[in-house]
Design a binder for this molecule. Structure first.
Ligand SMILES: *Cc1c(COP(=O)(O)O)cnc(C)c1O
Length: 377
């Protein structure tokens, strides 16, 4: 393994990724293949290693990314894979989509024409339908009208339409009103697909499942399961359990640089938000908000030291933070766990997210470039 600076680092367990994939495969029917969502550097886990492992060890053939740069990177890691761009590619790059044999999401008739106008070779695509996410895609009152527009787009020269897809807004909720909403989204795309079939138009792919769809309402009609967050072992929404055996792939660690005793009246960190009211032992940890450990965790977060939770004292700085280690036997050089398991305790990205009002997705995506990713078995 390449040596790395033992300051703050992320450990990514590829074997856990493999176990998560096996569990997800077992949720899906024969008709559904996993499309691994590896956008945003594989949710902060590092797309090169994640893609190569999925492709070489887990037989994953479909990958989804957010943009052309990510797509070209995945093409390098997984030469014969199918790579799908979920979001927008500026039309002036259309020829590269074709050149790298990438599948582009097409979000409107206008966009289809612009793409076709900018490419010498045919572009493969799936057409996006906005069934209720309100973000991108064809938006219609009825599946019939939607099918009409799809038929029209299919007449565009140099555009090869291989599928249609949509995206759920609340598949990660068990509130009845939200379930009804997702049911309606699902019905809309299935009806559109059926109408097209009746008009003798058949696509290889029709897909709508994300992680939440895959876990909570798996439907064999979706030919692909666009799985992101659950593959990395985190919850689509913290209120719902994920399948047993699925565990986080990433841990984040740092070290203690300095241990000292402070007395009543001593202050800790910027802004003097913390003043000791008794004698305590304080440790400085080599991680800060520039590593993606949010400043919103100031005075709130906890860090595991030898399996024990230690509270953050005062403000998180750019590169360092301080914790209360009064009850732990520790010294400079000891490894601490910001995210992950230590002894019998575990702090998950989902738990951290809950403390400062975000989601686990943002926590793992936010672990910055400065933090080396170390791949372990
Ligand atoms: C990001 C994304 C996904 C994956 O979502 P998860 O909740 O991480 O599974 C699927 N589909 C689309 C269109 C996305 O943008």
């Amino acid at each position: 393994m390449k040596p790395y600076l033992k300051r703050a680092w992320a450990e990514v367990s590829l074997s856990q990724l493999g176990r998560n994939i096996e569990i997800i495969k077992n949720l899906n029917s024969q008709n559904t293949e996993i499309m691994a969502v590896v956008k945003a550097d594989a949710y902060g886990h590092g797309d090169e290693h994640i893609c190569k492992y999925l492709y070489n060890e887990c037989e994953i053939k479909y990958f989804a990314v957010s943009n052309l740069d990510e797509a070209i990177a995945v093409r390098k890691y997984c030469p014969d894979s199918e790579i799908f761009i979920l979001g927008y590619t500026p039309p002036e790059y259309a020829h590269e989509i074709a050149q790298y044999n990438i599948i582009q999401g097409v979000i409107s008739t206008e966009y289809a024409r612009k793409l076709a106008h900018n490419t010498p070779a045919p572009i493969r695509c799936h057409i996006k339908i906005d069934t209720g996410m309100g973000r991108i895609g064809l938006k219609h009152d009825t599946p019939e009208l939607c099918a009409d527009e799809i038929e029209n787009i299919m007449k565009t020269e140099k555009l090869s339409v291989e599928g249609i897809y949509t995206h759920f807004a609340v598949a990660d909720s068990d509130i009845p009103d939200n379930i009804a909403y997702t049911n309606k989204q699902e019905k809309f795309i299935c009806d559109t697909y059926k109408i097209l079939t009746e008009r003798n138009i058949k696509f290889r792919h029709m897909h709508f499942m994300n992680s939440a769809g895959t876990c909570y309402r798996n439907n064999p009609a979706s030919t692909l399961a666009r799985v992101g967050i659950v593959m990395y072992g985190l919850h689509p929404d913290i209120s719902l359990d994920i399948p047993k055996g699925i565990k986080p792939v990433m841990s984040v660690k740092a070290v203690i640089s300095h241990v000292k005793t402070i007395r009543k009246g001593d202050c800790v960190s910027y802004g003097r938000t913390f003043t000791a009211d008794h004698t305590m032992k304080i440790a400085t940890v080599t991680v800060g908000y520039a590593d993606g450990y949010s400043r919103l965790l100031s005075s709130k977060g906890e860090i595991l030291v030898h399996g024990k939770r230690c509270k953050i004292i005062g403000r998180v700085c750019m590169d360092q933070l301080m914790i209360d280690v009064s009850d732990v036997d520790t010294q400079a050089g000891d490894i601490v766990t910001l995210i992950g398991k230590d002894g019998n305790d575990c702090i998950t990205a989902d738990e951290l997210a809950g403390i400062y009002g975000t989601i686990g997705y943002e926590v793992v995506c936010g672990i910055s470039k400065r933090v080396p990713r170390i791949y372990i078995k």
